[in-house]
Write a protein that binds this ligand. Structure first.
Ligand code: NAI
Length: 245
């Protein structure tokens, strides 16, 4: 097991990629704080981890709210003593063309995807600098390069890349790595929300000829979260089955 005795926080871990990541980190021996706005889903993930012999707690936390983020860290430290691994996975989309995008949809997406990642990364860095160890993994998106109908989402995910590279530079000498993962098209509730025609178009772009699974994404997170990845920082890693080559 790669992560024995490490403490991890995974945001947006009640379903989808975050759930897959939480299950994988727990299977690798980490104690996991399963954080989500949908706390019932988080509790179900905790039950699954416990049934498999792992350790986890569920925490209700909206990453866009700095007080809830502070409370989430306080709970993590009270329960498990520290935080070694921060996975910023919580994310939303509110797609629509730029010329008619509402202020609310802009603010909402930037607030969760970018500001939420900032709040959690800052809080994690404070703990990790003290102990001289940490692993931060930010879930960006291949949309960071720009995508039709996703001005808010693409801007938030490009912001996550800039934040990741800055954190990597600032924290490397303290034994902390910070990397971004860009999932391509992974089968989750978020992608199941697209029309069937769009699903087929997206899968048509993938060299592997299929959508990815949460487990396949989680394997890469587990590597970056491990001691084995000590010399990997500031990277942006596509996990996409060859969507862009
Ligand atoms: P999902 O919609 O299935 O799951 C997202 C989870 O985040 C949900 O449990 C939701 O309750 C939670 N969440 C939403 N807002 C939150 C907030 N403010 N605070 C805390 N939790 C919150 O989405 P999925 O597909 O699992 O996506 C996870 C991450 O991966 C997101 O950041 C998304 O942008 C990114 N991503 C996903 C791709 C895919 O193909 N599924 C592709 C590229 C990026």
């Amino acid at each position: 097991m790669k992560l024995t005795n490490k403490v991890a926080i995974v945001t947006g871990a009640g379903r989808g990629l975050g759930k897959g990541i939480a299950l994988k980190l727990a299977a690798e021996g980490a104690k996991v704080v399963v954080a989500d706005v949908m706390v019932d889903n988080a509790a179900a993930v905790v039950a699954e981890i416990a049934a498999a012999g792992g350790k986890a707690i569920a925490v209700k936390a909206n990453v866009a709210d700095k007080n809830e983020v502070a409370a989430m860290f306080a709970k993590a430290v009270a329960e498990f003593g520290t935080v070694d691994i921060m996975v910023n996975n919580a994310g939303i989309n509110r797609d629509g063309q730029l010329f008619k995008m509402s202020d609310e949809d802009w603010d909402l997406v930037i607030g969760v995807n970018l500001t939420g990642t900032f709040y959690c990364t800052r809080a994690a860095a404070q703990i990790m600098r003290e102990k001289g160890y940490g692993r931060i993994v930010n879930i960006s998106s291949m949309s960071w390069l720009g995508n039709f109908g996703q001005a808010n989402y693409a801007a938030s995910k490009a912001g996550v890349v800039g934040l990741t590279k800055t954190a990597a530079r600032e924290l490397a000498k303290k034994g902390i790595t910070c990397n971004a993962i860009c999932p391509g098209f992974i089968d989750t509730d978020m992608t199941r929300g697209v029309p069937e025609k769009v699903w087929d178009i997206m899968v048509g772009k993938i060299a592997a000829g299929r959508a990815g699974s949460a487990e396949e994404l989680a394997n890469v997170v587990a590597f970056l979260a491990s001691d084995e990845a000590a010399y990997v920082t500031g990277e942006v890693i596509n996990v996409s089955g060859g969507m862009v080559l």
